[in-house]
Design a protein. Structure first.
Length: 152
């Protein structure tokens, strides 16, 4: 069993290929390999690029970017704990049972929990929940395909 309190910001950059403005995970505060569980944080700041146009005067984090943060959280777990995934790239292959329950505003702390990772061939599925102050803002089953990294 490996029970770990988190993944450092430096290691997040080593594990994920994403960079500003598309890195959507600020830190991982809990991981548990035995439970197949990861808990990450996205601090939603007032100066996020998307708030300029979504929506002026009533800024709300776009649902697709909440889903991106959820997908990146799942990818972090796989790249950290599944050896065959370490050097691979994950791309979104599908979404099921997506529900948005509450908006996410500037200043919110988005807490993302992914668990129950399932593999079939090169496809992975995980159940992910995003919360703000213990209120669910989004839920989804995220399906990702593992592919080879191609250098340009």
């Amino acid at each position: 069993m490996q029970d770990n309190k988190g993944i450092s910001a430096k290691e997040i950059l080593e594990l994920l290929p994403h960079r500003y403005p598309f890195l959507m995970v600020d830190k991982v505060i809990e991981v548990d390999e035995e439970r197949e569980y990861i808990k990450a944080i996205k601090q939603v700041t007032h100066n996020e690029f998307f708030f300029q146009g979504h929506f002026p005067g009533n800024p709300i984090m776009p649902g697709v970017l909440i889903l991106e943060a959820m997908a990146q959280t799942g990818a972090l777990y796989l790249k950290k704990f599944v050896p065959e995934c370490k050097e691979k790239l994950f791309v979104l292959a599908g979404l099921e049972n997506v529900r948005f329950k509450n908006p996410v505003y500037p200043g919110d702390t988005l807490v993302i929990e992914a668990e129950k990772f399932k593999k079939k061939g090169h496809i992975f599925r995980t159940t992910v929940t995003a919360k703000v102050e213990e209120k669910i803002v989004a839920q989804a089953e995220i399906i990702a395909a593992m592919i080879e990294v191609k250098n340009a």
